[in-house]
Design a protein around this ligand. Structure first.
Ligand SMILES: Nc1ncnc2c1ncn2[C@@H]1O[C@H](COP(=O)(O)OP(=O)(O)OP(=O)(O)O)[C@@H](O)[C@H]1O
Ligand SMILES: O=C(O)c1ccc[n+]([C@@H]2O[C@H](COP(=O)([O-])O)[C@@H](O)[C@H]2O)c1
Length: 195
């Protein structure tokens, strides 16, 4: 599952858990983006903070892991590179599923090397409150759509709440609340951070 994870929240974790259950996956690898080029107009926290928050949030689940492939690669993050790197790490025989939410799915035709993407991994689109889940017009079978329990949580809302001094307990794992406090994240002015 790729994401900016700024911060990771329970919407991400529920989506990952549901897809893992549905497809009986051995492992879900969370891959925090290095430079999310389609969020270039937004301020994004340091990759190392987003990576550590993802590690903290997933630590208790033995089937969840976190990869550094995107944060260790320089330049904008493209999923085509993510999938090639993951294949190198796990070996060419592994079957990959790329988990993505309804909002990301709507943009997928704008992603780099979109045609090749579907030859490397299965794409799974998850429902997300506030976004309509539509097949983006690709040939049948390229993307599977699955319904997950609705959690109307977004990272931008979490950041806005921290900046406004409102609690984010129970929107994110407890360790993430503590990490955000310890590192004083999201307390400055957010430019273009809202949805
Ligand atoms: N509540 C949710 N339910 C289902 N999928 C989600 C949810 N929140 C995020 N996702 C999906 O998780 C992936 C990574 O999301 P991302 O890290 O950009 O979080 P976000 O909450 O969308 O962030 P932001 O509010 O900053 O845009 C995307 O594919 C997104 O669609
Ligand atoms: O490959 C691309 O061109 C591309 C463009 C936009 C987003 N993505 C990927 O989509 C995932 C969700 O991205 P985001 O920005 O919504 O957190 C993450 O893994 C990104 O690297 C990928």
């Amino acid at each position: 599952m790729g994401g900016t994870f700024d911060p990771i929240h329970h919407g991400h974790l529920v989506a990952a858990s549901e897809v893992a259950h549905h497809y009986d996956l051995d492992e879900v690898v969370f891959v925090p983006t290095g430079q999310p080029w389609q969020k270039a107009d937004k301020i994004v926290s340091a990759p190392e903070d987003r990576y550590l928050m993802t590690v903290i949030a997933t630590a208790s689940n033995p089937r969840f892991s976190v990869s550094r492939v995107d944060i260790d690669r320089s330049g904008p993050t493209f999923t085509i590179d993510t999938l090639r790197d993951i294949h190198r790490v796990y070996g060419p025989g592994v079957e990959l599923y790329f988990i993505t939410g309804a909002d990301a799915l709507a943009q997928i035709l704008s992603w780099r090397d979109v045609d090749e993407l579907f030859t490397i991994a299965h794409f799974v689109g998850c429902t997300r409150p506030g976004h309509t889940l539509q097949d983006p017009g690709l040939p049948e079978g390229m993307i599977s759509l699955i319904e997950i329990p609705a959690l109307s949580i977004s990272s931008s809302e979490c950041r806005d709440r921290v900046q406004a001094g409102q609690p984010i307990w129970y929107l994110v794992p407890d360790g993430i609340v503590q990490y955000i406090g310890k590192r004083a994240l999201y307390q400055g002015e957010i430019v273009g951070g809202g949805e």
